[in-house]
Design a protein around this ligand. Sequence first.
Ligand code: BG6
Length: 478
Amino acid sequence: MPFQKDFLWGGAVAANQCEGAWDADGKGISCADICTVGSATQSKRITPVLEEGTLYPSHEAIDFYHRYREDIALFAEMGFRVFRFSINWTRIYPTGEEETPNEKGLAFYDAVIEECRKHHIEPLITISHYEVPLALTQKYNGWASREMIDIFLKYCQTIFERYRGKVKYWLTFNEINGATGGFGGFLSQGILNEGTKDFMHQVDIPQLRFQGLHHQFVASAKAVQLAHSIDPAYRVGCMQIFSTSYPLTCDPKDVIACQQRNHIKNWFCGDVQVRGAYPNYIWRYFKENGIEIEMHPEDAETLRAGCVDFYTFSYYMSSCETADAEKKKAQGNLIGGVANPYLKASDWGWQIDPEGLRYALNEIYDRYQIPLMVVENGLGARDSVAADGTIADDYRIDYLRRHIEQMREAVEDGVDLIGYTPWGCIDLVSASTGEMAKRYGFIYVEKYDDGTGDLSRRKKKSFDWYKKVIASNGEDLA
Ligand code: BG6
């Protein structure tokens, strides 16, 4: 059998995209809570002052906050062995800086974890998934400030102590390398520069993003050490967007352009978090882009001592790179590139490439030699409910089948792959556009972009298919 006996099959979500209850039980406002709805062609807006009558999709989302029992029971019915979710920082520390944590927030995640355990599902928790407390954005401009390190570690200490013995796997920052590109400034670092009004056209100051990344690297390395000191059984991973990149042609100029892109977008953050030091190639990039990172003398040792235990990543698509600046750009999962003539794209322009996943798994494992998990993968698509109530999402089954086949190949190639949690195992709000229409789930949620819908849950055709995949440990993909 290619997949190991205890392979972690499951699914993934993030708090701000599914919980709703944005101001319930003492929760503070996060950066996600000030974003409106957009679409593939229209950017979502960022409104630090909430507008009367405007719809904010995170405010209700799919109301996982009140329906987690029903949802986790459905995951258990599919046979999940792991459930990846995030803790919303603002439920625990509403502004990030309270003296004591919010007990009701902690109790909510006690209940979610207990529900998972009841169904023999291993929780895999992302500590920060696009949910920086808004108060920290307003006071410090998010991760641009070094103050964030201690504030984050206090939050980590609280949750590491609270959930000791009940959780094994933690991820520090979701898609940390998203901040190597402009969108990540606000989305993952809570940096909101003067003049930014919408998500697609942020006022971008690369110096702040890369300084922010340094703070996140130090915070993540300290969190790894803290976790191990609180519970030696804790395993802490990094989480990257891996967007396989091919040279558009075999012109050596394209090959070098591709290598440089890979260095910055795909490898830089992983190299720091897995190997514990800045890679050599980054210094030239910094020099040529006028970036100067302020580091404290002890930071190098902190990074070295805080290497992650395992490597996780999201994989949705691939792209091509060329030295020819004029060539048309393909839209990407926060990280763009050039369209590949051999591939088809989703309705949102993401190029579908199962072989690219096998390639990524081999490249990553060759480089790091630590266990890997694919913690996001899936097809965002429009689903329609037939008159008899069924949802025939064969396109999603096809996408997932072809990716699992390639994971299987990678395992046969010798890659140590320990888990797979497809994204949005239940329909939820899209991170890039704020839409509900871009659905990923095995479970359909009756909720629409105008905020209507009774929030009821319904199994799609892919539900039974994935159940069979898990039951056969990835053997039966028919
Ligand atoms: C990743 C994020 O970028 O991709 C998720 O970690 C996100 O939060 C997912 O939802 C899919 O992207 P989107 O924009 O289709 O929701």
